[in-house]
Design a protein. Structure first.
Length: 326
């Protein structure tokens, strides 16, 4: 029997997946294999996020990709998290997520962000200076829809209507006090940026709690077991710098982002300590950095069984059930 938490539940342990550099068909095959291996080593689920125009390490449609992954996974959940809400009308995004949830009952979550990369919105023909107001306007609407509370004509969609009985678990990306308070007011969990400094995340967690937030507070950390892959970590940070504002970078703590450990047990203890220091209760783990081979990522993932098993014992978990492994 395995202990599996529901999508984006408090205490869940999930893995973020990214494509490697290669032809599209190879990227799909590899990421399906990683998703399958992830749940086999004990992860509750996986996340995929969104960028466009071949931006390294990302997919253009996380909703579609989550469907591809779920079809390949013997158990566990998948979440397009975060997807870029201002990219198109919220109702179309809600329909896509709702139908994905209808196809894989109980195995789909969703997260939303405003975005940061101008080329994404050039392709969508959305003015970049409009993305934040569009996000703020659309977020309560898409949340209501995926809880089955949409107004007509969207309410007439059968998958949207089904969300009234089986709402999609949701979170919002958060980097500011206003963002966590907005999420709390909507009954959403929050997903932090992977590079935010510990004291900044703690301040956001406190503000979320004070605003009445009750959802998961998801910390993101990169984990290396047996040592980091040299300059690849620096290459990944250089990539992030290409589309991140100076204000955001001022709140980074690059050293806190990566957990280095000799084995899974040590990694779990360090991750648990990071969660305690940031006031978070849920963890999303990354392995990928730009330039690493798929074989390296697979080898790293094979070392994660002890990490995940120990984390599940250290973190209070909600919404979990025991299931027989397929």
């Amino acid at each position: 029997m395995v202990d599996v938490a529901s999508p984006l539940a408090k205490g869940s342990v999930s893995l973020r997946l990214y494509p490697h550099d290669g032809p599209a068909a190879e990227q799909l095959n590899e990421v399906r294999e990683l998703a399958r291996r992830a749940v086999e080593v004990g992860y509750d689920g996986v996340m995929v996020s969104e960028h466009h125009a071949g931006f390294p390490g990302y997919f253009p449609s996380p909703q579609q990709m989550a469907g591809f992954l779920l079809a390949a996974m013997p158990s566990g959940w998948a979440a397009p998290c975060p997807l870029l809400l201002p990219m198109k009308p919220y109702a179309l995004i809600a329909e896509e997520v709702a139908w994905l949830a209808a196809a894989f009952p109980g195995r789909v979550g969703a997260g939303f962000a405003s975005g940061a990369l101008p080329v994404d919105f050039e392709l969508a023909e959305v003015p970049f200076d409009e993305i934040n107001p569009r996000f703020k306007q659309a977020l309560p609407l898409v949340v209501a829809a995926l809880r089955g509370e949409a107004d007509p004509p969207l309410a007439d969609d059968r998958a949207i209507a089904a969300c009234a009985e089986n709402p999609v678990p949701m979170v919002a990306a958060a980097q500011s006090l206003a963002a966590v308070r907005r999420a709390a007011g909507l009954g959403l969990g929050i997903l932090y940026d992977s590079l935010q400094a510990i004291d900044h995340v703690q301040a956001l967690s406190d503000a979320y709690d004070e605003a009445g937030g009750t959802g998961p507070k998801i910390l993101i950390r990169r984990v290396w077991i047996g040592g980091p892959p040299g300059e690849a970590v620096d290459n990944q940070l250089d990539l992030y710098r290409t589309y991140t504002t100076e204000g955001t970078m001022a709140r980074w703590d690059q050293g806190a982002n990566t957990v280095l450990a000799t084995d899974g047990a040590e990694a779990a203890e360090k991750l648990h300590a990071a969660m305690a220091a940031t006031g978070t209760d849920t963890i999303n783990i990354r392995i990928h950095v730009v330039g690493l081979s798929p074989a390296y990522i697979r080898d790293q993932l094979d070392l994660h069984a002890e990490l995940v098993e120990r984390l599940k014992r250290l973190i209070p978990r909600s919404g979990s059930t025991s299931r027989r492994q397929a």
